[in-house]
Design a protein around this ligand. Structure first.
Ligand code: FAD
Length: 396
């Protein structure tokens, strides 16, 4: 036979890899393991929080992967991997044998990293850093919040999923407040001093929201070290307490647990890979893509996970056929919305140099700081175009 590939995780990286392996060689059997029947994207989930989109509108299913591409989809959880026997054990009790394995499990929360923030606390102070139930919960809390109360977002140190995500979220919640809770404010408590698109965000906040959004960085005592989810209170490094009407903790993260089980993570909690193929450094025939990997300077984004999924797919098709692949190039664009009609972006281009991912001098860049209003409106439209295109490319 042409071989059997098992893919764990039907998000941006995994669904893309499954589809592109089938596109590369339809004779390869591909089994995708994903517990959810509907995958809700984190991209555009901040619009759901702002009441500008329905949760349904960011849901995707696996129909096209099954029917058009012939991917076998199993709705189960992968519990363990035996990298020597080449097997994956599922929550259903069955064990699958693979020739090549792809892991794209995304992130897991480091529940032990922030005092007071465990699974129970996340039901009171949601992270909403994995979309779906958590998004719904945070949205309900925002709707129920009293006008005049403060929304507090605690942002983690690097690296974490979606570097501009917390700041887009703060923006869109400020947008919601400006229309529905005019006396309410947004306070961002940050564990770092610099963040993605900082200059663009900061000047857009000034321009659009005045003093509605306040950002406190690490050196201003912004690092949250303790959470009291019951009281919706946080305490910072130097003992300042802040009380929220709605508390959103974006906690420290690591690679999804199955990567640990497969033995491919290092002491950082993330997965080192050979960037030419995205094969794990620590196990043969296991390819890991997306947020779980160490792929800096590429960000932990859906765009990057999709691009890496294609690189792994090409490498797997080639290795099963006994041929070789070319050196990959990647691109990434992260759009962020200040409000539904105001977009900004950061773009990156990447290639290999001495088997390391580098961003060539002079490539990529940011939206112009002095752009006219029509440019911001156009970028907000491009964001929608990007969302529709990548969703189509990933899930069909
Ligand atoms: P995911 O897409 O999370 O997929 C992982 C999947 O694996 C999940 O479906 C999970 O159920 C499954 N899984 C995990 N463990 C197992 C297991 N053991 N067995 C079976 N299945 C398993 N990126 C952008 O490019 N643009 C944006 O505008 C953008 N906006 C964002 C906004 C927010 C608020 C957030 C939080 C993120 C945003 N991102 C954005 C980042 C993007 O969501 C992630 O980078 C992307 O989802 C990573 O893809 P992935 O395949 O690594 O993980």
């Amino acid at each position: 036979t042409a071989g059997h590939v098992v893919v764990v995780g039907g998000g941006f990286g995994g669904a893309t890899a499954a589809k592109y392996i089938k596109r590369g060689n339809p004779a390869i059997a591909v089994t995708l393991i994903e517990p959810k029947k509907t995958f809700y994207t984190c991209p555009f989930s901040n619009l759901v929080l702002a009441g500008e989109r329905s949760l349904d509108s960011i849901g995707h299913n696996y129909q096209e992967l099954k029917e058009v591409y012939g991917v076998e989809v199993v709705h189960a959880y992968a519990e363990d991997v035996d990298p020597v026997a080449h097997t994956v054990r599922l929550s259903t009790g069955s064990t699958l044998k693979y020739d090549r394995l792809v892991l794209s499990p995304g992130i897991d929360i480091r529940w032990d990293a922030l005092e007071g923030y465990d699974q129970a606390a996340a039901e009171l102070a949601p992270h909403a850093w994995q979309a779906g139930e958590q998004t719904r919960l945070l949205r309900r809390q925002l709707e129920a919040m009293d006008d005049g109360d403060t929304f507090i977002l605690s942002a983690p140190a690097n690296p974490f999923r979606c570097p501009p995500g917390p700041y887009e979220r703060a923006s869109l919640i400020a947008h919601y407040f400006s229309q529905h809770k005019p006396r309410s404010k947004v306070l961002i408590l940050d564990s770092k001093d610099n963040f993605s698109k900082q200059g663009l965000f900061t000047s857009a906040w000034q321009e659009v929201y005045g003093d509605r959004i306040e950002w406190v960085g690490l050196s201003g005592d912004g690092k949250v070290v303790r959470v009291d989810a019951q009281k919706r209170e946080v305490e910072t490094e130097f003992g300042t307490r802040h009380k929220a009407g709605v508390l959103n903790v974006v906690p420290p993260q690591k690679a999804g647990k199955i990567a640990e089980r497969a033995g491919v993570t290092n002491s950082s909690g993330w997965v080192p890979v050979n960037p030419r193929t995205f094969e794990a450094e620590l196990a043969a025939d296991i390819y890991v893509v997306g947020d779980a990997t160490v792929a800096a300077p590429m960000p932990k984004s859906g765009f990057a996970a999709n691009a890496q999924g294609k690189v792994a797919a090409a490498a797997i098709v080639a290795s099963l056929e006994g041929t070789s692949t070319v050196d990959p190039h990647w691109a990434n664009t992260c759009y962020s919305l200040i409000n539904p009609d105001y977009g900004i972006s950061v773009a990156g281009v990447y290639r290999l140099e001495n088997n390391e991912i580098v961003s060539p001098q002079g490539s990529g860049g940011l939206s112009a700081s002095d752009a006219d209003g029509w440019v911001r409106r156009a970028e907000a439209e491009y964001a929608v175009g990007w969302y529709n295109a990548i969703s189509q490319d990933t899930w069909g």
